[in-house]
Design a protein around this ligand. Sequence first.
Ligand code: DX5
Ligand code: ZN
Length: 217
Amino acid sequence: MAVQISPSILSADFARLADEAARVPNADWLHVDVMDNHFVPNLTIGLPVVEALLKVTSTPIDCHLMIEDPDRWAPAYAEVGAGSVTIHAEAAKAPVRTLRQIRAAGARSGFALNPATAVEQYEDLLPEIDMLLLMTVEPGFGGQKFLDVVLPKIRRARELIARYGGEVWLQVDGGVAADTIERCAEAGADVFVAGSAVYGAADPSAAIDHLRELATT
Ligand code: DX5
Ligand code: ZN
C-alpha cells in the first residue's frame, strides 16, 4: 500500500490558490472541499474554482463534495478534469449511478462516510468505488479535533476491502496531523487528507514529507 498525502486547500489562502498549490509540489493530490451550506453548515467553493485550479497546477485534484445533491453535480467535476470525485453516502440518492458516471467521465470514484455512518451496509458497493473516504471529524470545517471513535471503522473497512480483493484506496479526512496519522495508517488508511497540518505549517512541503514518513513507518 503506497501512502498518499492530499493537502486540503481549505486551510490555504483562497486569494492566492495558484501559489498555494505551487507550495506543495510533493503532494500526491490537492484536496478541494466543496461545501454548499446545506449538507454542511459552511460554504466554500465550486466548479469554477476547480476549473481555474486545473489550469495552474499539474497536481491531480481530489474533489470532496459536501453538498446536498451530488447526483446532480458530481459528474461535472469529473468532466472538467478532476482526478478524483468523492460523493457522500448520506447525500447521494443514486450512488451507484453517480459513481459510475464519475468513472465514465474519466475520474476515480470516491464514496465518503460521516463518522456515524456504518461501513458494512456498503460492502456490496466496493466494486463501484475507487476510494472510500472515512471522515475523522464531522464534515464542515478545517482544524477540528480528530475523532478516535472512527478508528475501529477504519480497521473494519480495511478488512472489507481485503475480503473484496479489489483495489480500493482508504482515505481519512479531518484532524489528520503528526500526532494522529500513525494511528490512521496502523488501522489501514493509505490516503491522508491534511489541511491545517500542512497549510498551517511554516513549510507546507516539509510538513507533507514528515506526515508521509510517519504514515509509512
Ligand atoms: C472538513 C474537510 C477537510 C478539512 C480538513 O470537513 O473535509 O478536508 O479541510 O482539515 P483539517 O486537516 O484541518 O482537519
Ligand atoms: Zn475534505
